[in-house]
Design a protein. Sequence first.
Length: 323
Amino acid sequence: MNRPVAVVLGAAADRPPPGIETAGTHVELRFAPDAESLRSRIAEAEACLAWRPRGEWLRRAWPQATGLRWIQSASDGVDGLLFPELVGSDVEVTNARGVFEDDIAEWVVGAMLAFATGILRQRDAQSRATWDPQTRERLAGTRLVVVGPGPIGRAVARRARALGVAVSAVGRTARDTDADFDRVEAVGGLHRAVADADWVLDALPLTAATRHLFDAAAFGAMSRVTRFLNVGRGATVDEQALVAALGAGEIAGAALDVFEQEPLPATSPLWAMPQVLLSPHVCGDVEGWERAVVELFVDNCARFARGEALRNPVDKGAGFGVG
């Protein structure tokens, strides 16, 4: 029985994703390190691992992808892959849910602790050989609002609650009972929900509904002690509005791993703001993440070859994973 052909998008045969050779038991692997090679190889493919989110390559090659039935994303977010022709097709998309949540949650809690304990302020004082004793804050007794109560938001909530933080959320629908949150407010109540938050976490996917959800009005609804953390997608934030809110003291600070433009331009005012922590879109990239993604792909390859349901299906119309 012939094995299905799977194209690995954004990787070369001489530099493959670690451990991907084990997928060869279930599929025939082809590698497409650039747009030209993808166009020549996609015609015979039934599956594709988007090792790099090169949606523009895939869209240009789409007329040749007549046999494609499944695309596996190497990340949780799929906004870099989805384009109208794919969304309107019968091709199934799956994501890397289960790989990054705990790692990102540790980064978020680490950022919260860095602010509350004053460790970074003390590090700056150390670099100047300055003795700077100041009182610090506690996490316990503060309030976190998670905007986007998906797997990442829930992983953060569980850790924050263990440290004595009260945690609520903003999601698609409101509910008074939830295993991880004191309450979930509907997105229409975002401004009300963040009004008395000490911490606001953006864990949103990028969709038409979430683009620039955090605008000047949203930051204006927060208090002057609020710190904003973003591990979702950069374009869910109006970055100019964030810079203005920080500059005017409307919010107390921000910890950002994602940005509207990446890499963040050297001209961005965010670089020079002492109340801002910047991270280059690596909050989930702990040692071993590539192998974990490949293991998920291999498992789904086995399911695909057997005609079974795949793990981590994505609702292409909504723009995020479900289930």
